[in-house]
Write a new protein. Structure first.
Length: 212
């Protein structure tokens, strides 16, 4: 159950809160198979996760929909970043604004640049062309998991998706997440293996649903 003090917040993040969100990503994705493969070594991975996610969240582009769940003292317990219909792929300007942070995260180990590019290319090629909302990031602080925070964020976003009457897509690197997202109507669409010895990337899709 979600704590009574926890609530959805749509306020823009401050500079310090972007840093808080980046540290949350470090905690949330530290054991993610893709990031363990892309960013080998705990220190390298921790730094990379912070840099990548701060950059993407801070430069998500026009139209991106950012929602957080806050605790009693307004600490960020969870975060969802959606790209609504027409916002994927991000504009060249948005991609350019994200590039410096991503390069800083990966440049210490050049192999990671090639690996990351392979995953991004495969993801873009498989990305559905139908109108849809794309769930780019969903994360919950590990200390507050199984408290309904992810459900709160997903239900909030999917209410807007269904109001618009379009589909929704996402990608996950954890096979155990397939059942979780399945509870919200997502189904596995494609399993991508961009790098032969790398972990798979699961592409999921939720068909439009009529609003009662």
């Amino acid at each position: 159950m979600t704590s009574p003090e926890s609530r959805i917040d749509d306020a823009p993040l401050s500079r310090d809160e972007f840093d808080d969100a980046a540290r949350l990503a470090q905690r949330a994705f530290g054991d993610d198979p893709y990031f363990k493969y892309l960013l080998p070594g705990e220190r390298f991975r921790a730094r990379g996760l912070r840099l990548i996610h701060r950059t993407v969240i801070a430069h998500a582009g026009p139209g991106a929909r950012l929602r957080t769940v806050r605790g009693a003292t307004r600490e960020i317990l969870g975060l969802a970043l959606w790209l609504p219909t027409g916002c994927y792929p991000p504009s060249p300007g948005t991609q350019l604004s994200q590039l410096p942070g991503v390069l800083r995260a990966l440049a210490r180990k050049p192999r990671t640049l090639k690996t990351g590019a392979a995953y991004m290319k495969a993801s873009a090629k498989a990305h559905p062309k139908d109108p849809h909302w794309y769930l780019l990031i969903l994360m919950t602080d590990p200390a507050h998991q199984r408290q309904g925070i992810g459900t709160l964020l997903l239900n909030d976003g999917l209410a807007r998706v269904d109001e618009e009457g379009v589909a929704s897509g996402l990608e996950t690197q954890k096979v155990e997440n397939l059942a979780y997202y399945g509870r919200f109507g997502y189904e596995l669409r494609t399993t991508l293996t961009p790098v032969p010895d790398g972990p798979p990337l699961y592409s999921m899709w939720r068909e439009p649903r009529p609003v009662a």
